[in-house]
Design a protein around this ligand. Structure first.
Ligand code: GAR
Length: 217
């Protein structure tokens, strides 16, 4: 059983999808601990409802990122975590943290990387006028949203979308792809070679994908 440590800062809807998938048996794993850098994150309540241990590590109580990360490492080791999943965690981890969990830290991002890394990316996608955006689960490396990509999902974007509409459209898919990415790791099916993540026993789907606006518009 994969022991998952989930790092959160906010609502925790992705955390919810991971906990539910573990409960259903869609992930061969368990959420061992939920850590938040903010005490009022709703994600903490979601974990408490499932009797999953929660720990608050307030980033502003530490003089620098290194000491904040050292405390995160200490807690994650205490709970014997195999995989660290960032789920709406709004802090950038240091390379010291990543060295403690090599190839074992993943993140979900609400855009189709490498387009729109960083923050405020849903509005940026709308403002840019792209026809598609989506979400990406990737391994975390030293950059911001630059690590090897595990899985992506695509949604259409419309010029009159509000940020909230696009957020909801993307979130619905985040809740599907994050548990799937974690299960692929739990099954030991992923291998990172350079930037590429190979999936053992993957069936290639050659069928055409979305066109927006549709060709018969
Ligand atoms: C999600 O949309 C996630 O992709 C995004 O924050 C939201 C958290 O929602 N993450 C980032 O922007 C990371 N830079 P949640 O708290 O309901 O899971």
């Amino acid at each position: 059983m994969l022991r998952i440590g989930v790092l959160v800062s906010g609502s925790g809807s992705n955390l919810q999808s991971i906990m539910d998938a573990c409960e259903r048996g869609d992930i061969d794993g368990t959420v061992a601990v939920v850590i938040s850098n903010t005490a009022d994150a709703y994600a903490l309540k979601r974990a408490e409802k499932k009797s999953i241990p929660t720990v608050v590590v307030p980033h502003d109580a530490y003089p620098d990122r290194e000491s904040f990360d050292r405390e995160l490492i200490r807690v994650l080791k205490e709970y014997e975590v195999d995989l660290v999943a960032l789920a709406g965690f709004m802090r950038v981890l240091t390379s010291g943290f990543l060295k403690e969990f090599p190839g074992r830290v993943i993140n979900i991002h609400p855009a189709l990387l490498p387009s729109f890394p960083g923050l405020g990316v849903r509005q940026k996608a709308i403002d840019h006028g792209v026809r598609f955006s989506g979400c990406t689960v990737h391994f975390v490396d030293d950059g911001v949203d630059t690590g090897p990509i595990i899985i992506q999902a695509v949604v259409p974007v419309y010029p009159d979308d509000s940020e909230e509409e696009l957020k909801e459209r993307i979130l619905a898919l985040e809740h599907k792809i994050y548990p799937k990415a974690i299960q692929l790791i739990a099954q030991g099916r992923l291998e990172i070679i350079g930037r590429r993540v190979f999936i053992r026993d993957l069936k290639k789907d050659e069928s055409p994908c979305l066109v927006n606006p549709p060709l018969d518009v």
